[in-house]
Ligand binder design. Structure first.
Ligand code: PDD
Length: 282
């Protein structure tokens, strides 16, 4: 059955939804996006996703096609129209269609697109066994704090991981892990310290990362926000990644080397359970 998607003011069957070939998202990756997970019909941490969307737009001087309230109303309507109980909602804003020119158009007509996907994020079977990652060189641009649709480097990294028989890739720059292809990376040291890279332009400021740091504080766990090396990761007791769709996902192998006992770590699994409980109660 075809989905209903939202394109610039219209709710349409996906086959009928169209974007111009001159759209700057298509020609220049001049667009930004957000992904919010839906549990039991409710979006998780959507206000925080909206705030990051605004920040991405501001950093790119991109005009807004709609207010937060309007966007939230469209999201809610789209969830109803597609009967989404458990899934995700993707939204993308681009600077819109204009003659191809590297300079931003003087009178941009930003475009807004949204669609839903069905997803059982809570029941993801990967959480039971944990995921494996390989490390790859981080070849991305230097403004990774902006959530742009320029995702080719991440797509290449994830493909390299799958080609190598792994689930995902961690990207490495100057000897330090930056983040996963579509998630933030954490390790837990043998003395139970949670380490994740500090916020900067080097990584996306993950909404799930922030929530997990708050949960860790509730549990009185020691957290160090700083870059960590591949060597530290290989020596860690546990590791995990966070994202809107993965929640807290244990990492059990890095470059084929098992961590700890080779299964999902205790603290990683506890943080996942806490995250899901919080999301369900929200
Ligand atoms: N990705 N880092 C990168 C590079 C990401 O693409 C994402 C999210 C994250 C985690 O951010 P958050 O916790 O706010 O989802 C970190 C989304 C899920 C995606 O591209 O599908």
């Amino acid at each position: 059955m075809s989905r209903i998607v939202y394109v610039n003011g219209e709710f349409l069957p996906e086959e009928e939804a169209k974007i111009s070939v001159f759209d700057r998202g298509f020609l220049f990756a001049d667009g930004i996006y957000e992904v919010s997970t839906v549990i039991k019909g409710k979006m998780i941490d959507n206000a925080a996703h909206m705030a990051r969307l605004r920040r991405s737009m501001n950093e790119l001087n991109m005009p807004s096609p709609a207010s937060d309230e309007e966007i939230t109303e469209i999201q809610a309507e789209l969830l109803v129209q597609n009967n989404i109980e458990n899934g995700l909602i993707y939204l993308q804003i681009t600077r819109g269609a204009a003659d191809r020119d590297f300079v931003f158009p003087k009178e941009p007509k930003p475009s807004l697109v949204m669609f839903t996907q069905v997803l059982d994020a809570v029941g993801n079977p990967k959480a039971e066994r944990g995921i494996s990652v390989i490390t790859v060189d981080d070849v991305r641009w230097k403004r990774r704090d902006i959530k742009t649709v320029a995702l080719l480097a991440q797509s290449m990294a994830k493909q390299a991981a799958v080609d190598a028989g792994a689930d995902d890739a961690w990207m490495v720059e100057d000897g330090f892990i930056t983040e996963g292809t579509s998630n933030n990376a954490f390790i837990i040291t043998k003395d139970d310290k949670i380490i994740t890279r500090n916020l900067s332009n080097d990584i996306l400021h993950g909404i799930t990362r922030q929530v997990v740091l708050e949960l860790a504080a509730e549990k009185s766990l020691v957290v160090e926000e700083r870059p960590f090396t591949l060597e530290e990761a290989l020596d860690a007791k546990e590791a995990f990644v966070t994202s809107a769709t993965a929640f807290v996902m244990p990492v059990v192998r890095i470059n084929e080397q098992p961590l700890g006992n080779g299964g999902p770590g205790i603290l990683s699994s506890q943080l996942r359970a806490m995250y899901i409980k919080r999301a369900m109660e929200a």
